[in-house]
Design a binder for this molecule. Sequence first.
Ligand code: KG4
Ligand code: ZN
Length: 349
Amino acid sequence: MNAEINEGEKKDIYILAIESSCDETAASVVKNGRYVLSNIISSQIDLHTLYGGVVPEIASRKHIENIDAVITEAMKESGKTFDDIDAIAVTYGPGLVGALLVGLAEAKALAYALGKPLVGVHHIEGHISANYIQDVNFEPPYMALVVSGGHTNLVYVEDYGKYEIMGKTRDDAAGEAFDKVARVIGMGYPGGPKIEKAARLGNKDAIKFPHVFLDGDTYDFSFSGLKSAVLNYVNKMNMLGEKIVPEDVAASFQYSVIDVLVTKTMKAAAEKGITKIAMAGGVSANSALREAMQKACDEHGYSLNIPAPILCTDNAAMIGAAGYYEYIAGRRDGLELNAVPNLKLGERI
Ligand code: KG4
Ligand code: ZN
């Protein structure tokens, strides 16, 4: 078919996306769910580092201070005007309620003032959808490992918006374990990047921490036992008056987490007969995890898609990608849309 006629037939869809579920205030303009025209992220990490973790009240206040400027910047950088925007997508859960409400109120105000549709997006659906930006040809079905600060899920993505959760953490999320272990060995917040850096200088076989697979054929995860094992190890060494080598603790801990994540992902893919794997969430920025997953996929003959690190941690471009698929599937929210701190994946509220 003539390309020009083809283009004329299909109108481009521009989504303005807003994300404020935790400690990043972010806005982005995304074209057709795949092309990022702008991706502005105002991180509060330095501020929360002072307190050793995210302080919800401070997060909300900072979102309020930053959100207008972040949206203005995202629009400016996109080269588009509000007239060009087809819909406003916004994260409405899961996350910190006060933080979510800031982005949601802003999105509702914009949708109302501009007369544009409002589309609520699930934060984890956003993380998963970052894969559609990374590879514009990437499509379901695939197996996604979602590893963030609040979630650890093995998700079979059968189609856009159609998810089967095959496994989830029974206690701590993978990112939470990174953050807690970093605190125990004196590395501070956020733990993930600090552990990753230290682990590069350490020996992953130095300390035998448990690799928790749980009983039976479950795809669930558990990281609280590993966290306790690290704590017990550090306490024992302190009592004995022996010095710990933080790099070895970091490397051995990280190895334990990665081994379990990769092994379970391969098993879940095999059960579903799926050869396409994707990763999502802040922990998938971890280079050791990326390498280990790539190696396992190569061995199994599976393909692997991982978003660039900036698309793994919280951002609004991923909300724009997810919002696009929700929008073309017909989702429209009213101004009564509320923040849902514990929103389940696939749940419609
Ligand atoms: O997805 P995300 O940005 O926010 C949530 O939705 O939770 O994930 C944040 C989590 C934090 O626990 C952080 O320590 C972890 O992702 N993280 C990492 C790395 N970068 C961020 N964990 C391991 N290695 C990293 N390089
Ligand atoms: Zn996130």
